[in-house]
Ligand binder design. Structure first.
Ligand code: PLP
Length: 235
């Protein structure tokens, strides 16, 4: 518990120093704890020592933790994992923000489900900045036209962009991908859109979140630096 408290504090300090180096307001960056494979009691401990945003990758796992934590106004749930079309009905209306919308079809399905539930869903659009075959996400070139269409969906609120760049142990190698995401957000901000906002950039993980903050991240998704290495539990 103390260990968790120390790690959360140390991570927040590193975020603050990175923001200051870049001349940014440290308050403009929020820590999303990537809580996949972390058991509910440990998530509760983390909340007790100040964690405010849980980022989950799977609905089944998230649901159990949401039940354990209960309704509370000081905790947000974000969905950061790969989306499956048939699972979207469970997610819409239950997550404050879905980071990982990777196609127009997914946005359409979210629109349909949100309308059904008489709610509106905040989302980010995931961009495949590295053009990797193994990863989902909008190709950068496809983004402006997709965003213009999603802008007309009344129950979907695009809040910004998200990316998972190609993995590299050296965060300096990753830096240009973060710059690219920021440039794309600026480009979209210049388009004549009604409802789409580019207020969030979700980028940076344990290995590279400081560089991401230097390049404009407003949401960093950090797992290992808070909870240590974890593995998928055996089924
Ligand atoms: C697990 C995960 C993270 C956190 O990764 P760490 O390297 O453990 O900090 C961030 N984003 C996504 C989408 C993840 O699945």
């Amino acid at each position: 518990m103390d260990d968790l408290s120390t790690k959360i504090q140390a991570t927040r300090d590193r975020i603050r120093r990175a923001a200051e180096r870049a001349g940014r307001d440290p308050q403009s960056v929020r820590l999303v704890a990537a809580t996949k494979y972390v058991e509910a009691p440990r998530v509760l401990d983390a909340i007790r020592v100040g964690l405010t945003i849980c980022g989950e990758n799977r609905w089944q796992e998230a649901r159990a933790k949401m039940q354990a934590v209960g309704e509370r106004g000081d905790v947000e749930w974000h969905f950061i994992g790969r989306l499956q079309r048939r699972k979207l009905k469970w997610l819409v209306g239950r997550f404050n923000l879905i980071h990982s919308v990777e196609s127009l079809e997914q946005a359409e399905e979210i629109q349909r489900r949100a309308h059904e539930r008489h709610t509106s869903q905040a989302i980010l659009l995931e961009v495949n900045v590295g053009g990797e075959e193994s990863k989902g996400g909008f190709p950068p070139d496809a983004l402006p036209s997709a965003v213009s269409q999603i802008d007309t969906f009344p129950s979907v609120c695009v809040q910004g962009l998200m990316t998972v760049p190609p993995w590299n142990p050296d965060p300096e190698v990753t830096r240009p991908y973060f710059q690219r995401l920021k440039q794309l957000a600026e480009l979209i901000s210049g388009l004549p859109l009604q409802r789409v906002r580019m207020r969030e950039l979700s980028m940076g993980m344990s290995n590279d979140f400081e560089v991401a903050v230097e390049e404009g991240a407003t949401l960093v998704r950090v797992g290992t630096a808070l909870f240590g290495p974890r593995r998928e539990p055996a089924p």
